[in-house]
Design a protein around this ligand. Structure first.
Ligand code: PSU
Ligand code: MN
Length: 303
C-alpha cells in the first residue's frame, strides 16, 4: 500500500509548523487548456511562496498519493495524457491500479487533511447542477466539505451550477460560507450572484479567527472562504448567463454526462467567450492563491 509521498519542501514546512497551502490538480489537467494551465499552475505556486507559505499541489502519480507535485509531473498533468479526473470515490481505485490522477476539490481536501494541511486554494467548487432534480448531479465536493475539516478559498461556484440550491445544500451540510470583503456569494466569472451570505470577514486575521473557532466547534466540517474575482477581468452576469445557456444546450444535445460535464462546460464557455472566461478564470485562481497564503500565514501566527 503506497504511503503519502511528500515533496521535501512541503515536508520540511509541515514539520517546522510553517504555513502550507494545498492546490488541486483537476483544474490543471481538466479545467484549463494547455499551455495556460501549466503557466497558471506555476504562477499559483509562486504566488503562495511570495505570500510566505509553501505550495503543495496534490495529485496521484503512478498510484502514489502525492503532496507537492514536482515540475516534471506538473508538466505531464498539464498535457492531460492518461491523467484521470479523481474525485473522492476514485482515489482507492486509481491508487490500487497504479494510475495517474488529477484530484478534484473533494479528493484534494481528503488528501490535504491526511497530510495535515488546513488551507486549500482553488477556483470554484463543484455544486448542485441545474436540473439536478432529474439528473441527481450534485458534486461530491459538497459531501466532502461536510465531513473534512479543510478551509477552502474559492470564488464561489460557477454559475453553470444552480447557485441558490448549492448554497442551501451547504447550509444543510453544516458548511459555513464566509465572504471575504463581500456580503454576497461570488459567481465565479462574475463578482456577485446577488445571493446573500450570513458571514463576512475583511482580513486574513479575521478569516483565520473564524476558521480556528469553526475547527474547534464546527463538528468536523470544512469551511468556504469566498473571494470575489478581480473586477478588471470579471464578466457581466448577463453575458455569462447567455454563454452558459448555450453550453448547457450543447452538452444536452451531445449527451455529455457524469465527470465529463464540468470540463465540457468550461471548455465550451471559454471558446464562445473568445477566451475572456479563461482570462477571468486565471485571474481569480491567482487571486485566491494570494488570499489563501495570507490566511495560512495568519493561522500560523496565532496558532
Ligand atoms: N471549477 C473550475 N474549474 C475546475 C473545477 C471546478 O473552475 O476545473 C473542477 C474542480 O476540480 C471541482 C470539479 O472539484 O471540477 C467538480 O467536478 P464535478 O462537478 O464532476 O464534481
Ligand atoms: Mn457531477
Amino acid at each position: 500500500m503506497p504511503e503519502l509521498r511528500f515533496d521535501p519542501a512541503v515536508r520540511a514546512a509541515l514539520e517546522a509548523g510553517r504555513a502550507v497551502v494545498a492546490l488541486e490538480s483537476t483544474v490543471i489537467a481538466h479545467g484549463l487548456p494547455h499551455p495556460h494551465n501549466l503557466e497558471l499552475a506555476r504562477e499559483m505556486e509562486a504566488l503562495v511562496r511570495a505570500g510566505g507559505a509553501t505550495p503543495a499541489t496534490i495529485g496521484v502519480v503512478a498510484g502514489q498519493p502525492t503532496i507537492g507535485l514536482d515540475a516534471a509531473t506538473l508538466a505531464r498533468f498539464a498535457t492531460g495524457a492518461e491523467v484521470r479526473k479523481l474525485s473522492r470515490r476514485d482515489l482507492g481505485v486509481a491508487i490500487a491500479a497504479g494510475q495517474h490522477g488529477a484530484t478534484t476539490v473533494a479528493a484534494t481536501m481528503a488528501l490535504a487533511q491526511l497530510a495535515g494541511i488546513e488551507v486549500f486554494a482553488t477556483g470554484g467548487i463543484g455544486g448542485v447542477h441545474r436540473g439536478a432534480r432529474d439528473s441527481w448531479d450534485v458534486s461530491a465536493d459538497l459531501t466532502e466539505l461536510s465531513r473534512t475539516p479543510v478551509l477552502v478559498v474559492c470564488a464561489g461556484a460557477k454559475s453553470i451550477l444552480d447557485l441558490p440550491a448549492t448554497l442551501e445544500m451547504l447550509e444543510t451540510l453544516g458548511v459555513p460560507v464566509v465572504g471575504y470583503g463581500t456580503e454576497t456569494f461570488p459567481a465565479f466569472y462574475s463578482v456577485s450572484s446577488g445571493l446573500r451570505l450570513s458571514a463576512r470577514v475583511d482580513s486574513p486575521d479575521e478569516a483565520a479567527a473564524v476558521w480556528r473557532a469553526h475547527r474547534r466547534y464546527g463538528g468536523g466540517s470544512g469551511m468556504l472562504l469566498v473571494v470575489p474575482p478581480p473586477a478588471e477581468s470579471a464578466l457581466p452576469q448577463a453575458e455569462v448567463a447567455m454563454l452558459i445557456d448555450a453550453a448547457l444546450a450543447e452538452a444536452a444535445q451531445r449527451g455529455i454526462q457524469g465527470a465529463q460535464v464540468t470540463p465540457f462546460l468550461l471548455a465550451t464557455i471559454a471558446e464562445r467567450s473568445g477566451g475572456r472566461s479563461l482570462t477571468a478564470n486565471i485571474a481569480l485562481l491567482k487571486n485566491n492563491a494570494r488570499v489563501a497564503a495570507a490566511v495560512a500565514v495568519a493561522l500560523r501566527a496565532g496558532a
